[in-house]
Design a protein around this ligand. Structure first.
Ligand SMILES: [Zn+2]
Ligand SMILES: [Zn+2]
Length: 133
């Protein structure tokens, strides 16, 4: 069964305001790991009352409800994406695009870490994408 926004929002206890559904939809369709600014720019014509603060607040609500997560690429700006199937990221050094790639499994000896407790095993790669080669 395909889940609609309404179902997803209901499950998470989020009231589906128009702004929230548009931001969710944008993340779902664009798949470009947008920043707050990019989401704001893309939706401001359609939602004249939208502010960057609203986008930021909606994203934080989505993060809290585990609909959205921050993309963990050491970039200066926060980037967001939907909580979907696990995957890794590849950032192109030339065009700056962050691609979704199949999940890369980390393989290391946990015993070497002693008392350090790992909570995040994300692997982020960077290099040159096929379009820039
Ligand atoms: Zn590229
Ligand atoms: Zn991604």
């Amino acid at each position: 069964m395909i889940k609609t926004f309404q179902n997803i929002f209901k499950e998470k206890g989020i009231s589906p305001s128009y702004t929230r559904t548009r931001i969710y939809h944008y993340l779902e369709v664009s798949k470009n790991h947008p920043t707050v600014d990019e989401i704001y720019t893309a939706l401001k014509d359609e939602l004249p009352t939208l502010s960057k603060t609203t986008v930021y607040n909606v994203l934080n609500l989505f993060i809290e409800k585990e609909l959205v997560k921050l993309v963990n690429m050491n970039s200066s700006e926060a980037r967001y994406e939907l909580y979907e199937q696990e995957h890794s990221h590849f950032k192109c050094d030339i065009c700056g695009v962050i691609y979704d790639i199949p999940k890369i499994k980390t393989n290391y000896d946990k015993n070497q870490l002693g008392m350090f407790k790992v909570k995040n095993e994300e692997v982020n790669l960077s290099g040159i994408c096929p379009k820039c080669i």
